[in-house]
Design a protein around this ligand. Sequence first.
Ligand SMILES: Cc1cc2nc3c(=O)[nH]c(=O)nc-3n(C[C@H](O)[C@H](O)[C@H](O)COP(=O)(O)OP(=O)(O)OC[C@H]3O[C@@H](n4cnc5c(N)ncnc54)[C@H](O)[C@@H]3O)c2cc1C
Length: 375
Amino acid sequence: MLSIWEKNSFINFDIIIIGSGILGLSTAISIKEIDPDKDVLILERGTLPSGASTKNAGFACFGSLTEIIADCGRVGESATAELVEKRWKGIGMLRHRLGDEAIGLLNYGGYELIAGSHLHCTDKIDAVNRLLKSIFSDDAFSKADSFIDKFGFSRNFAKSLVFSKYESQIDTGKMMRSLLKKAQSLGVVIVNNFDAIIEDAASDRLTVASKTSPVRFTSTAIISCSNAFTSFILPGIDIRPGRGQVVATSPVRGLRFKGVFHIEEGYYYFRNFGDRVILGGGRNLDFKSEETHSFGNTGKVLDKLNSLLREVIIPGEEFEIECAWSGIMGFNESKLPLVAEAGENIFAGFCCNGMGVALASYTGKELAETALKNF
Ligand SMILES: Cc1cc2nc3c(=O)[nH]c(=O)nc-3n(C[C@H](O)[C@H](O)[C@H](O)COP(=O)(O)OP(=O)(O)OC[C@H]3O[C@@H](n4cnc5c(N)ncnc54)[C@H](O)[C@@H]3O)c2cc1C
C-alpha cells in the first residue's frame, strides 16, 4: 500500500512521458521551457535508457550524398530537403540547449567513401547543393578525392571521397548525461525499471501501469516516446524496428583520419573516437533478421564489419575489436518525424530511423507544443 506521502507527491502528474531516450528527454525539457509549472514524469523500462539513444554512433549529421539522392528517388526532392532542414535545425537546437562542450561536439567534418557502384552520384553534387542551398550558407558537399590516400583508405574500394564541412561528431554518453541532468534540473521526475502500459481511459485522468510493479501513475496527458517499441503501447502506430550493430576497435597507433564517415547510402558508418574507430551498419545484409526488437550481434554482420575495417578503413593496421553492441531503431516509410495524436490526450512522437541525434530536439519541441495545446 502506498503511504499518504507517496499518494500526494509521487503518483499524479500533468504529463507522463514514456521513454527516456533523446526524444523523451527533449520533449520533457521543451515542456518545462514552455510551461515550468507543468509537473512532468518520465517512465523508463530500462535501468539505463534502453533503445537507440545510448547505443548510437554519435554522428551530428544530416544525410550523405548517396543517401540524399536515394531519398529524393523514394520520397521526392521537397520532402528530402524538408528532412535535411529538420535535421540541421535539430542539431542547432541541441547545441544551443546543452552547449558543445557538454555534448563533446568536435567539428572535423563528414565524408562519404564512394564505391564504384555509387560513383555516378558524384555527378549530382552540384544539383544536390542547389537543392540544399536555402538550408546551408555554402555548398553542402564537395569532392575531396586526394584525402583517400591521406586517410589510408583502400583505393580498391573508395573510388571517390565527398566532403561536408557541416557534419560533426558528438560523445553520445556525454550528450545523454547532459540531457538527463538538464531535465532533472528543470524538475522533471524520472522513474526507471518501469515497463509502462497505458490503461483504458475510464475517467479524465489517464493511468499508466506496469506488469512488474503495483504502482499506477496518473496524468492529464500521456506522450509516448518509446520509438521502436511504440507498437506495444499504441498498436495503431506503424513503426518497424531495425537493429543497428556497432563495433569499437582498440586504439590504432597513428590513426590517420578524424571525422564521421558514411558508406553506401548510410548503411555503413564509421568515425574516430580519439584514436579508436567506431563502425556500425550492415542491416542491409539481412533486413528480415535485423527487423527485430531483440538486442544482440550476429556473426554475419560482425564478419562484414571486421572485413570492412581490415580491407577498406584501416588496412594493414594492428587492432582488436574491443567492444560490440547493438541498439534498436524505429523506422517508417517517409523517414519524416511523426507527431501524432493517438487518442484523447494521448500523443506519440517518433523521430525516425537513424538520425535521432539530429532530429530529437526539433521533434521534441513540436511534440511538447502539440500536447500543451490541449491544456
Ligand atoms: C547503432 C545505432 C547507431 C545510430 N547512429 C546515429 C547517429 O550517429 N546519429 C544519429 O542522429 N542517430 C543515430 N542513431 C539513431 C538514434 O540513436 C535514434 O534515432 C534516437 O536515439 C531515437 O531516440 P528516441 O528517444 O526516439 O528512442 P530510443 O532511444 O529508442 O528511446 C526509447 C526509450 O523508450 C523506452 N521504452 C520503450 N518501451 C517502453 C515502455 N513500455 N515503458 C517504458 N519505457 C519504454 C526504451 O527503453 C528507450 O529507452 C543510431 C541508432 C543506432 C541503434
